[in-house]
Design a protein around this ligand. Structure first.
Ligand code: UDP
Length: 234
């Protein structure tokens, strides 16, 4: 599959057209940004690791009946995906308090939640992806009620599948972000699932094995991404 015109370049990925109007190529970059791109850097090898990790997780989810935009891995950095219309919502699921929730509510990181928390953030860089609820999402016309119900159900399903998968790899799935897109009347899971978009802690040591190592200058960033790939491959 040949790359055509580049139609999008974001912080961590580029997207290209292909000769099939229904398919795109998603290329994973080594670039990393945090705090609304005020912190920038590169994580050597991240692009190929995240491509591989996303492939494994999308295949796992597909095997459990969760439809995604993933078609196949093309090579180290490139993945063939279905062209979707991205819904401008970031869905966050949290199992353990960390990051934004710890700040928002003044709770120490690490508190295990009684039940998973689902949050919606409006995808808008200029507004710093503000936290909104389902009433905002519907009232602003970002999404239809039926789609919202599908997204909610799918997100919890994804959480159950991934939580148990990572648990077997001796990792806590602390929280993660999902994006969905519209495709031929269906809602598909889109974007990527990787240590850029999930918080993963080693169950024994609670060592962070995700993008927080970059955000917080904790060191061993590449090693952490490699470690996640090593565990989920095995
Ligand atoms: N996240 C993401 N993209 C974003 C914001 C958050 O992938 O633009 C992920 C993040 O890696 C974490 C989860 O979503 O796994 C929850 O992030 P949080 O809301 O705590 O925000 P952060 O602390 O990253 O600012």
């Amino acid at each position: 599959m040949e790359k055509g015109n580049k139609i999008y370049e974001g912080k961590a990925k580029k997207v290209y057209e292909t000769d099939n109007p229904d398919l795109l190529i998603q290329e994973f970059k080594d670039d990393a940004t945090a705090f609304d791109a005020t912190k920038r850097g590169t994580i050597k090898g991240k692009g190929s690791i995240n491509n591989y990790i996303s492939k494994i997780l999308f295949e796992l989810l597909e095997s459990k009946g969760v439809e995604t935009h993933f078609v196949k891995q093309i090579d180290e950095r490139n993945m063939l995906i279905k062209k979707v219309e991205i819904i401008p919502l970031e869905v966050t699921i949290r199992n353990i308090v960390a990051g934004g929730m710890s700040k928002l509510l003044g709770i120490d990181e690490g508190m295990v939640l009684n039940e998973p928390v689902l949050e919606y953030h409006y995808k808008n860089d200029a507004l710093h992806d503000p936290l909104i609820n389902e009433y905002h999402a519907r009232a602003l016309g970002l999404i239809k009620d039926e789609e919202l119900n599908i997204i909610e159900k799918k997100s919890f399903e994804v959480n159950n599948i991934l939580k148990s998968f990572f648990d077997h790899k001796n990792l806590y799935l602390v929280d993660f972000k999902l994006e969905f897109g519209r495709h031929k009347g269906k809602v598909l899971l889109a974007d990527e699932i990787s240590p850029d978009t999930c918080r993963l802690w080693d169950k024994d040591t609670r060592k962070k094995l995700d993008k927080d190592r970059f955000r917080r200058d904790l060191g061993d960033v590449e090693d952490a991404y490699e470690e996640v790939l090593r565990r989920i491959k095995g």
